[in-house]
Write a protein that binds this ligand. Structure first.
Ligand SMILES: Cc1ncc(C[n+]2csc(CCOP(=O)(O)OP(=O)(O)O)c2C)c(N)n1
Ligand SMILES: [Mg+2]
Length: 375
């Protein structure tokens, strides 16, 4: 079966792969949104990307050492996440999938809460209203798009926007290329368009849904498919943090102003495994990986900051030490988390007592007791 072309749509790009500020023609209408960024904010983008990369690597190691059931790496997708995450306003609501560690950090989630969830200690992790309206990680592919659209429909039904972008709310939902094949995602886009929801669909096209390439998910670039639903749709270079920021800022402000839902396809790449349960060498070639490693979003942005003389060696050393501190802190806190009790596995299966989980729980308790010391 021939693979569908995925590269024949234009991506908005602000920074060249070498780090030069070279907005292409598609970037023009988004350029004014970069004026919102002062030098501190530009440096924060780098800091967030680099710190999350280090955190991600550390938790990956912890999983390998038996401390987590599973880890979902974000390596390679930092620019897509950091640019869009910073473009959201405090009053906005964010619905993630399960790989958006950088956005979680930006919205004020304590990253150890993600670790707790993937260690099996909680069924959720945090209270969204107390953490920047950042909703819970959703492992059922695409289901968060419906949660987001339902929430955004609520905002639309509550009344017309005031016209003040500092007050009006918008919703952003993150999902992957594989999720675009789910019925939920397609239904969410239909309802969003019908109700003109104040919402942005943020697709991180990392080229793979576990072992299935994006070319198998769609015979047409996904940015074009979104237009068929009636969404304003833009493709961006997802490894360009400034493109991600500017396009998301415009899309969210258009959505909050009542101009209807938008869609962003961020072209990026999942450098690591799908999760720690996956071995990507079984299905993808080394050349493809090399191609994308050479387009690393953090290296590109570092060159950009250096060329504009916005950051010096002391800044980069400081970021490195913050990243090392976070990694050490995460390791220390993870090792202190303890193990989940057996009850937690069964307690929320049914609201009331039920013979099947009761029997299964007893079986597991007896099995564990067979080892002697309670674990
Ligand atoms: C409804 C549903 N079907 C299948 C799965 C198994 N599954 C987990 S991740 C995944 C691939 C998702 O790919 P994509 O949407 O591209 O997101 P990515 O992991 O690449 O970020 C699948 C099929 C699931 N979690 N939920
Ligand atoms: Mg994917």
């Amino acid at each position: 079966m021939a693979d569908a072309p995925q590269h024949d749509a234009v991506s908005v790009q602000m920074i060249s792969p070498e780090g030069r500020f070279e907005p292409n023609a598609a970037a023009e209408e988004f350029l004014p949104y970069l004026d919102r960024l002062d030098e501190d904010r530009l440096r924060t983008f780098y800091r967030d990307m680099a710190v999350i990369r280090r955190f991600d690597a550390e938790v990956g190691h912890l999983q390998r050492q038996g401390q987590l059931a599973l880890w979902v790496p974000s390596h390679g997708q930092e620019a897509a996440q950091v640019g869009s995450g910073h473009a959201a306003r405090p009053q906005d609501s964010i619905f993630p999938a399960y790989r958006e560690h950088a956005v979680a950090k930006i919205r004020g989630v304590d990253l150890i809460d993600i670790v707790r969830m993937l260690r099996g200690l909680t069924h959720g992790g945090w209270v969204p209203a107390e953490h920047g309206n950042f909703h819970l990680y959703t492992l059922v592919i695409g289901s968060q798009t419906l949660h987001a659209t339902g929430y955004a429909m609520g905002i639309a039904l509550d009344g017309a926007p005031t016209g003040d972008p500092e007050k009006d709310e918008a919703v952003m939902v993150y999902f992957g290329d594989g999720a675009t094949s789910q019925g939920d995602t397609n239904e969410a886009m239909i309802w969003a368009a019908s109700y003109a929801t104040p919402q942005v669909f943020f697709l991180q096209n990392n080229h793979w849904a576990i072992s299935v390439p994006v070319s198998r998910q769609s015979r047409t670039p996904l940015v074009d498919r979104a237009r068929g639903f009636g969404l304003r749709s833009t493709r961006i270079d997802g490894n360009d943090v400034l493109a991600s920021y500017a396009v998301t800022a415009k899309q969210l402000d258009d959505a909050r102003a009542g101009r209807g839902p938008g869609f962003i396809e961020a072209m990026t790449y999942r450098i690591g495994a799908h999760t720690t349960s996956d071995d990507p060498t079984r299905y993808r070639g080394a050349d493809e990986l090399k191609f994308w490693e050479a387009r690393d979003p953090i290296t590109r942005y570092r060159h950009h900051l250096e060329q504009r003389e916005l950051a010096d060696a002391a800044f980069f050393a400081d970021v490195e030490s913050e990243a090392a501190d976070l990694a050490a802190d995460t390791r220390r806190r993870t090792l202190a988390l303890g193990t989940p009790g057996i009850d937690l596995i069964f307690d929320n299966v049914y609201a009331e007592d039920h013979p099947v989980p009761r029997e299964q729980k007893k079986w597991l308790q007896d099995y564990e007791a067979g080892f002697g010391e309670a674990r």
